[in-house]
Design a protein around this ligand. Structure first.
Ligand SMILES: Nc1ncnc2c1ncn2[C@@H]1O[C@H](COP(=O)(O)OP(=O)(O)OP(=O)(O)O)[C@@H](O)[C@H]1O
Length: 521
């Protein structure tokens, strides 16, 4: 019953804020249009559509606010004016009662609070729709007291989420069935992705493992600090990590006064991001200023501090190659290559005419070259590429959309710190190095090394395998001999191919390397 009323409230809000016009520019069924007109008599819709959508989501509560935040990153689906407005959404929720946080902790640990922490601050430092954070002190395995931050999930969130998401599925179903626009917006798929994302956020063990992986990856770069995870204290609803101290990145004046080299900080941000993307294929994808601080501690002065690991992106070798090749082709203004890349990789239907796609990409990219290279936004380029691809029925992979959004965040942050930041020259060495590694002899050796353990295991086993093979074959010897001979001929051909191919590959790659150094950049 409560679901029915919640459903009614949603329909009411949708109509009051005129969202039907945003998504349902035309109902398929004429009688629905009449019904809509009757229900919306007297409403005033002066505010722009994005603003109305934002206000409606705020009215519908924190889960819808989160949905809006996620939608704002779907530049492949949302028109730019709506996306910009949705990006302003902030989950302003009052903190939940500390007693409830404490009960959640005690339930997870099955111990009273004073047996878990040396001390615990009852007033939260921060509170958001899904979790809140308290500071505390624990004793580590060596008996040392350590200051920690304790992230606790808001109780009962799973039920609230399940209920709201069920309604979203219902509404998405309607949009898909009733509206002409429905199919293009893929509402059911968008809600399913959101459902996944929310359920991931509900598992703090997952977030803690993301943090641990990122900390390991970033170790040795000396550019960023990532909190250590106290695994003995982590549960699905409670995460305990090292307490980080620093100045929020938004307080640039304070950082400057303290003597932080701001242009270097801007460059470091780009370096960090590209290392995560092109070296590790594992990147922090929630880089809003609230999650970034800078250390003023003498030992780690001027280094970034990164927080909140609920959203990370992972990229396959294929994704990385796609990105690197597209960026390089773009900067050489080789639109034919960009188009060909899309077709080769199967991103656009094979029937697409390369010239047509090339023309569309040219129209999108060429205006960027009006400005100095240093001013070009890679995030924007990607976004425009994705928008163009959409016209050609390309399904943009979610991890690439996430990357594009993060890239925009990083660029925004970098340019806010240093308006003269030359993104391209900071990014170039990464692409260059990555391309060389992908095409050069390094890759050959890397793959050989990766395969070596398999061969090391296989070769000593060969006599046993052959014996087993012979034992199994009880057929005529003649047939067996024939089969073995065939096998031997096949192996010989394979070896020959490998040797010639390998030699050709190495020579080709050496030549490519020379050419790349001379021509590409
Ligand atoms: N390890 C930490 N050390 C110090 N402060 C922390 C730490 N972790 C979190 N905080 C504080 O708590 C705030 C919220 O943390 P976090 O971003 O992880 O929570 P969240 O619920 O995911 O919030 P949001 O979704 O709004 O970003 C941070 O902005 C920071 O002020």
């Amino acid at each position: 019953m409560s679901r029915f009323f919640r459903g009614l409230t949603i329909v009411w809000v949708v109509l009051r804020y005129g969202l039907d016009e945003l998504v349902l520019s035309g109902f398929k069924h004429p009688s629905l249009n009449t019904l809509r007109r009757v229900l919306t008599i007297g409403r005033k819709l002066e505010a722009p559509r994005g603003e109305r959508l934002r206000e409606a989501l705020e009215q519908l509560g924190p889960i819808f606010v989160k949905f809006g935040q996620v939608l704002s990153t779907r530049s492949d689906l949302m028109p730019p004016d709506v996306a910009q407005e949705l990006a302003k959404l902030q989950d302003r929720v009052p903190p939940f009662d500390s007693q409830i946080a404490i009960e959640t902790i005690e339930r997870n640990f099955r111990k009273p609070l004073d047996q878990i922490f040396v001390s615990f601050e009852r007033t939260p430092v921060a509170s958001a729709s899904i979790a809140q954070v308290h500071f505390a002190t624990v004793r580590d395995r060596d008996g040392q007291e350590r200051e920690v931050a304790v992230k606790v999930l808001r109780p009962g969130m799973k039920k609230v989420i399940d209920k709201d998401v069920a309604l979203m599925y219902m509404m998405a179903g309607w949009v898909e069935k009733l509206s002409n626009e429905g199919k293009r917006l893929k509402p059911l798929q968008v809600v399913a992705e959101f459902d996944n994302y929310l359920h991931d956020e509900l598992d703090l063990i997952r977030e803690a493992s993301n943090a641990a992986q990122l900390r390991r990856n970033m170790d040795g770069l000396n550019l960023v600090l990532i909190p250590e995870i106290f695994w003995d204290y982590c549960h699905a609803e409670v995460m305990v990590m090292e307490r980080m101290k620093g100045v929020p990145i938004s307080q640039v004046d304070r950082l400057r006064e303290a003597g932080v080299d701001i242009p270097k900080l801007a460059r470091d941000g780009v370096t960090l991001f590209f290392t995560q993307v092109f070296r590790d294929g594992f990147f922090h994808a929630d880089m809003h200023p609230g999650n970034i601080m800078v250390s003023l501690d003498a030992a780690t002065f001027g280094r970034y501090i990164s927080l909140d690991f609920g959203i990370v992106g992972t990229l396959t070798e294929f994704d990385k190659e796609y990105l690197a090749q597209n960026f390089l082709a773009f900067f050489r203004r080789d639109y034919k290559r960009v188009a060909a890349l899309h077709i080769e990789s199967g991103w656009v239907p094979a029937t697409t005419r390369v010239e047509e796609l090339e023309a569309a990409i040219r129209a999108v990219c060429e205006p960027y070259f009006d400005r100095p290279l240093a001013e070009i936004s890679l995030g924007m380029v990607l976004m425009r590429l994705f928008q163009t691809s959409r016209r050609f029925q390309v399904e943009i992979q979610p991890q690439l959309v996430l990357l594009q959004k993060t890239l925009l965040n990083i660029e925004g942050l970098g340019r806010q710190l240093d308006p003269n930041l030359d993104l391209w020259s900071t990014a170039k060495p990464f692409l260059e190095k990555w391309m060389l590694e992908q095409m050069g002899p390094q890759r050959f050796w890397r793959e050989l090394q990766a395969e070596a353990p398999r061969y090391a295991k296989l070769i000593p086993e060969l006599p046993r395998l052959v014996y087993g093979y012979l034992q199994q074959k009880n057929g005529s010897d003649q047939q067996l001999v024939q089969e073995l001979l065939r096998e031997q001929r096949r192996t010989n051909r394979l070896l020959q191919g490998l040797i010639y191919g390998g030699l050709g590959f190495v020579l080709g790659m050496l030549a490519m390397q020379v050419l790349t150094r001379i021509r590409i950049f």
